[in-house]
Design a protein around this ligand. Structure first.
Ligand SMILES: *[C@@H]1O[C@H](CO)[C@@H](O)[C@H](O)[C@H]1NC(C)=O
Ligand SMILES: *[C@@H]1O[C@H](CO)[C@@H](O)[C@H](O)[C@H]1NC(C)=O
Ligand SMILES: *[C@@H]1O[C@H](CO)[C@@H](O)[C@H](O)[C@H]1NC(C)=O
Ligand SMILES: *[C@@H]1O[C@H](CO)[C@@H](O)[C@H](O)[C@H]1NC(C)=O
Ligand SMILES: *[C@@H]1O[C@H](CO)[C@@H](O)[C@H](O)[C@H]1NC(C)=O
Length: 306
C-alpha cells in the first residue's frame, strides 16, 4: 500500500499537472446510426492491462454529467483503469435505446452495437484487461441490455435503478415503455431466461456477473423491476437455487448475494425508502461496484517515460 502511494505521488509530480482530462474520440469504427458520441477518461498512470469501464448516463443526462457527477473518474485515477462515457446528444430525451429489436439483439445494431464498437476500439488501443459496464437509470437499463446481448464482452455490470433485459422492449418511437416503468411487466423465471437467450441464441460461454441497485420507493421505475431483474439474472447465471447471503452493509440497505463456487454472481441492493435518485441519496455506493468488479485490486504503475 505504501509503495503504491509513493509511486502514484511520483507520477503525479512528474506529470506536473492535475488529473487527466476527458478526451473526445471521433472515430472508433462501425456503424453509428444514432450519432452517438464517445468521450474517454484515461488517467495519467494506468495499471498494467488496464481494466475498462463503460459508463452510460441517465435520461436527460450527458457524458459530461456522468463524468463530473459520479466518482468513477476518481476511482480510475486511484486504480489505473479507463472509463468510456458514451453520449446520445441528438436524441431529445437523451435516453438509450434499450427498446428496439435491433438494440436487444447481438450485433443487431442501434445504440448497444455502437457502444460495443467504442469498447472494442478502446480494448485494442489500450490493450485492456477485463471490461465492465455501469449506469444509472437509462444507463442501468443499457447496462442490462449490453450484458444480455453482448455477454462475451463484459466480465460484470452494475445497474443503478434500471429494468431487466428486454423489459423496455417497445416499438414506440419515444423509446419509453410505461408498462415496464410502472412495474407491470413480469415474467416467470423461464420467461426471463428465454428473453435473454433470444438475444444471442448460439452463445454458450460465461455470462457477466451483475450487481443490481434499487430504491423501494422508486417513483420512475417501480421497485418490481428490481425483483424481476433479480429473478432474471439469478436464473440466467444459474444461482437461483442458491441460498443467498443477506446482510445490511449500511443503514436501510439490504444486500442479497448469490454465489457459485465462491464467486458472487448476483449481488442485489434493496434501498429501503429510497426514490429513483439513488446517486444524490448516497454517492459512495459506487465504491461497492468498484469492489464487486475487483477494480480495487489494481494500482497505477509508474511509466518509464516522463
Ligand atoms: C465531443 O464531441 C461531441 C460532438 O462534437 C460533442 O457533442 C461533445 O460535447 C464533445 N465532448 C467533449 C468532452 O468535448
Ligand atoms: C445523424 O447525422 C446524420 C448526418 O448529420 C443525419 O443525416 C441523421 O439524420 C442523423 N441521425 C439521427 C438519428 O439523428
Ligand atoms: C399498470 O398497472 C396498473 C395497475 O393494474 C394500471 O393502473 C396501469 O394503467 C398500468 N400501466 C400501464 C402503462 O400499463
Ligand atoms: C410500485 O408498484 C406497486 C404495485 O403496482 C405499487 O403498489 C407501488 O405504489 C408502486 N411504487 C411507487 C413508488 O409508485
Ligand atoms: C432509514 O430510513 C428511515 C426512514 O426513512 C430514516 O429515518 C433513517 O434515518 C434511515 N437510517 C439510516 C441509517 O439511513
Amino acid at each position: 500500500m505504501q509503495i503504491t502511494t509513493a509511486v502514484t505521488a511520483i507520477v503525479f509530480l512528474a506529470s506536473g499537472a492535475a488529473a487527466a482530462a476527458l478526451q473526445n474520440v471521433t472515430q472508433w469504427g462501425g456503424p453509428n446510426p444514432n450519432n452517438l458520441t464517445m468521450d474517454i477518461y484515461v488517467p495519467d498512470a494506468l495499471a498494467r492491462n488496464p481494466s475498462l469501464v463503460l459508463a452510460p448516463h441517465w435520461c436527460h443526462g450527458s457524458a459530461w454529467d456522468m463524468f463530473t457527477g459520479t466518482e468513477w473518474r476518481n476511482f480510475a485515477d486511484k486504480h489505473g483503469f479507463i472509463v468510456i462515457y458514451p453520449d446520445n446528444p441528438t436524441r431529445e430525451s437523451r435516453c438509450w435505446d434499450v427498446c428496439t429489436s435491433a438494440a436487444l439483439k447481438h450485433n443487431g445494431g442501434s445504440d448497444t452495437l455502437t457502444m460495443i464498437n467504442m469498447v472494442k476500439y478502446a480494448q485494442k488501443k489500450y490493450k485492456t484487461g477485463k471490461t465492465y459496464v455501469t449506469g444509472i437509470s437509462s444507463g442501468a437499463m443499457a447496462t442490462q441490455a449490453l450484458i444480455g446481448a453482448y455477454p462475451e464482452i463484459f466480465a460484470a455490470g452494475a445497474a443503478y435503478a434500471g429494468v431487466p433485459f428486454g423489459c423496455f422492449a417497445t416499438t414506440d418511437p419515444g423509446l419509453w415503455n410505461s408498462a415496464c416503468a410502472e412495474g407491470n411487466v413480469t415474467h416467470s423465471a423461464q420467461g426471463w431466461i428465454n428473453i435473454v437467450k433470444k438475444a444471442y441464441p448460439t452463445y454458450k460461454g460465461k455470462r457477466p456477473r451483475i450487481q443490481l441497485w434499487h430504491g423501494t420507493d422508486d417513483e420512475i421505475l417501480n421497485y418490481t423491476n428490481h425483483l424481476e431483474a433479480v429473478e432474471q439474472w439469478t436464473n440466467v447465471l444459474g444461482v437461483n437455487r442458491v441460498k443467498p447471503v443477506v446482510d445490511a452493509p449500511e443503514g436501510n440497505w439490504t444486500r442479497t448475494r448469490y454465489s457459485k463456487n465462491g464467486v458472487v454472481e448476483v449481488e442485489a441492493y434493496s434501498l429501503k425508502g429510497s426514490t429513483h435518485n439513488l446517486m444524490t441519496w448516497k454517492p459512495s455506493m459506487i465504491t461497492y461496484a468498484v469492489k464487486f468488479f475487483g477494480l480495487d485490486k489494481f494500482a497505477p504503475v509508474k511509466t518509464t517515460t516522463t
